[in-house]
Write a protein that binds this ligand. Structure first.
Ligand code: 5GP
Ligand code: ZN
Length: 114
């Protein structure tokens, strides 16, 4: 998708601090981190939001969690614990319409979230 911020990041047209990449997934530091570790894990395929996920996307969506586990190990917070969040729609706080899994760690995370 040409007019999507995260598609531009995947293509390298907009710079990002990459922490992980495989054939399906790209992950980078959030520009406005809300925790000592805050990464965004995105599919290379453009899917705008969870509402648009199709049966055929199940494997791709699952790969986001495999990447989260790999990053957690790589960055050293797998044992301590971490949170994954995916917002869907404006009321949930989604601001970029290319699905992304937030990966947060490095501080105590309260529950329920705001
Ligand atoms: P959302 O609010 O849609 O769940 O999350 C979007 C996230 O993307 C936000 O946490 C925001 O800080 C991050 N973000 C927005 N624009 C950029 C950017 O250009 N680069 C990076 N690295 N993160 C961005
Ligand atoms: Zn996109």
């Amino acid at each position: 998708m040409t007019d999507c911020l995260f598609c531009k990041i995947i293509k390298g047209d907009i710079p990002s601090d990459k922490v992980y990449e495989d054939d399906t997934v790209y992950a980078f530091k959030d520009i406005n981190a809300v925790a000592p570790h805050h990464y965004l894990i995105i599919p290379k395929q453009h899917i705008a939001m969870i509402n648009d996920v199709q049966d055929g996307d199940a494997k791709t969506m699952g790969r986001l969690f495999v990447a989260a586990k790999n990053i957690a190990k790589q960055q050293g917070f797998a044992e301590e614990g971490y949170r994954t969040v995916m917002n869907c729609g404006e009321a949930a706080g989604q601001t970029v319409f290319h699905v992304h899994l937030h990966l947060l760690a490095g501080r105590d995370l309260s529950w329920p979230p705001g």
